[in-house]
Design a protein around this ligand. Structure first.
Ligand SMILES: [Zn+2]
Ligand SMILES: [Zn+2]
Length: 124
Protein backbone atom coordinates (compact mmCIF):
# COMPACT_ATOMS: atom_id res chain seq x y z
CA UNK A 1 0.00 0.00 0.00
CA UNK A 2 1.20 3.45 -0.78
CA UNK A 3 -0.54 5.15 2.07
CA UNK A 4 2.61 5.41 4.18
CA UNK A 5 4.37 7.48 1.59
CA UNK A 6 2.70 10.73 2.36
CA UNK A 7 3.47 13.20 5.09
CA UNK A 8 6.86 11.81 5.89
CA UNK A 9 7.26 8.50 7.51
CA UNK A 10 5.43 5.59 8.98
CA UNK A 11 4.84 7.09 12.42
CA UNK A 12 1.18 7.88 12.48
CA UNK A 13 -0.17 8.74 15.86
CA UNK A 14 -3.65 10.03 15.46
CA UNK A 15 -3.94 10.67 19.17
CA UNK A 16 -1.12 13.21 19.09
CA UNK A 17 -2.82 15.40 16.54
CA UNK A 18 -4.91 17.37 18.96
CA UNK A 19 -4.36 19.74 21.79
CA UNK A 20 -0.58 20.06 22.00
CA UNK A 21 -0.23 23.05 19.71
CA UNK A 22 -1.49 26.44 20.80
CA UNK A 23 -4.43 27.46 18.68
CA UNK A 24 -4.17 30.72 16.79
CA UNK A 25 -6.81 33.30 17.59
CA UNK A 26 -9.84 32.78 15.40
CA UNK A 27 -12.83 34.82 14.51
CA UNK A 28 -16.26 33.60 15.51
CA UNK A 29 -16.99 33.00 11.85
CA UNK A 30 -13.89 30.85 11.50
CA UNK A 31 -14.74 28.90 14.64
CA UNK A 32 -18.25 28.27 13.39
CA UNK A 33 -16.86 27.03 10.10
CA UNK A 34 -14.38 24.70 11.77
CA UNK A 35 -17.18 23.14 13.80
CA UNK A 36 -19.53 22.81 10.84
CA UNK A 37 -20.51 19.69 8.89
CA UNK A 38 -19.22 21.47 5.79
CA UNK A 39 -15.74 21.57 7.26
CA UNK A 40 -15.92 17.91 8.29
CA UNK A 41 -17.01 16.94 4.78
CA UNK A 42 -14.19 19.00 3.28
CA UNK A 43 -11.62 17.36 5.51
CA UNK A 44 -12.88 13.89 4.65
CA UNK A 45 -12.81 14.77 0.97
CA UNK A 46 -9.23 16.04 1.16
CA UNK A 47 -8.14 12.85 2.92
CA UNK A 48 -9.61 10.78 0.11
CA UNK A 49 -7.99 12.93 -2.57
CA UNK A 50 -4.65 12.56 -0.76
CA UNK A 51 -4.87 8.80 -1.41
CA UNK A 52 -5.19 9.28 -5.17
CA UNK A 53 -2.26 9.18 -7.61
CA UNK A 54 -0.87 12.38 -9.10
CA UNK A 55 -3.16 13.71 -11.82
CA UNK A 56 -0.22 14.26 -14.19
CA UNK A 57 2.11 11.31 -13.72
CA UNK A 58 0.14 8.80 -11.65
CA UNK A 59 2.67 8.44 -8.89
CA UNK A 60 1.61 8.19 -5.25
CA UNK A 61 2.62 10.41 -2.40
CA UNK A 62 0.70 13.48 -3.51
CA UNK A 63 -0.02 16.86 -2.07
CA UNK A 64 -3.56 18.19 -2.04
CA UNK A 65 -3.80 21.23 -4.26
CA UNK A 66 -6.67 23.70 -3.86
CA UNK A 67 -8.30 24.98 -7.02
CA UNK A 68 -9.50 28.49 -6.19
CA UNK A 69 -12.56 30.54 -7.14
CA UNK A 70 -14.14 29.75 -4.87
CA UNK A 71 -11.64 28.31 -2.45
CA UNK A 72 -13.15 25.22 -0.91
CA UNK A 73 -11.89 22.00 0.59
CA UNK A 74 -14.15 20.26 -1.91
CA UNK A 75 -12.22 21.78 -4.84
CA UNK A 76 -8.92 19.95 -4.54
CA UNK A 77 -6.80 17.70 -6.70
CA UNK A 78 -3.85 15.35 -6.13
CA UNK A 79 -0.46 16.50 -7.40
CA UNK A 80 2.95 15.07 -6.57
CA UNK A 81 5.54 17.65 -5.47
CA UNK A 82 7.10 17.55 -8.93
CA UNK A 83 3.84 18.64 -10.54
CA UNK A 84 2.73 20.92 -7.75
CA UNK A 85 5.51 23.09 -6.43
CA UNK A 86 6.90 26.13 -8.12
CA UNK A 87 10.53 25.24 -7.45
CA UNK A 88 10.30 22.25 -9.79
CA UNK A 89 9.89 24.56 -12.75
CA UNK A 90 8.16 23.81 -16.05
CA UNK A 91 5.26 21.41 -15.64
CA UNK A 92 4.54 22.31 -12.03
CA UNK A 93 1.19 23.89 -11.30
CA UNK A 94 2.56 26.75 -9.25
CA UNK A 95 5.29 27.46 -11.77
CA UNK A 96 2.65 28.43 -14.32
CA UNK A 97 -0.97 27.71 -13.70
CA UNK A 98 -1.87 29.09 -17.09
CA UNK A 99 0.44 26.57 -18.77
CA UNK A 100 -0.90 23.83 -16.51
CA UNK A 101 -4.51 24.52 -17.46
CA UNK A 102 -3.60 24.85 -21.13
CA UNK A 103 -1.91 21.46 -21.05
CA UNK A 104 -4.24 19.51 -18.80
CA UNK A 105 -7.64 21.17 -19.00
CA UNK A 106 -9.77 23.69 -17.19
CA UNK A 107 -10.24 23.76 -13.42
CA UNK A 108 -13.73 22.29 -13.84
CA UNK A 109 -12.35 19.50 -16.02
CA UNK A 110 -9.72 18.70 -13.41
CA UNK A 111 -12.32 18.61 -10.65
CA UNK A 112 -14.53 16.32 -12.70
CA UNK A 113 -11.55 13.99 -13.11
CA UNK A 114 -11.07 13.90 -9.35
CA UNK A 115 -14.75 13.10 -8.84
CA UNK A 116 -14.52 10.25 -11.33
CA UNK A 117 -11.50 8.82 -9.49
CA UNK A 118 -13.36 8.89 -6.20
CA UNK A 119 -16.41 7.19 -7.66
CA UNK A 120 -14.18 4.34 -8.80
CA UNK A 121 -12.71 4.08 -5.34
CA UNK A 122 -15.51 2.34 -3.50
CA UNK A 123 -13.84 2.36 -0.12
CA UNK A 124 -15.69 5.42 1.08
ZN1 LIG B 1 3.18 14.03 -10.75
ZN1 LIG C 1 -1.21 24.06 -4.85
Amino acid sequence: MATNMKRGGPLKRKTALKSTKPMPRQSAKRRAYLASPERAAGKAHMERVAQLPCFVCGCYGVEVHHIPDPRSDMRVMPLCPRHHRREYGVGAFHYSKRAFYALHGSPEFLLAWVDAQLVNDTGF
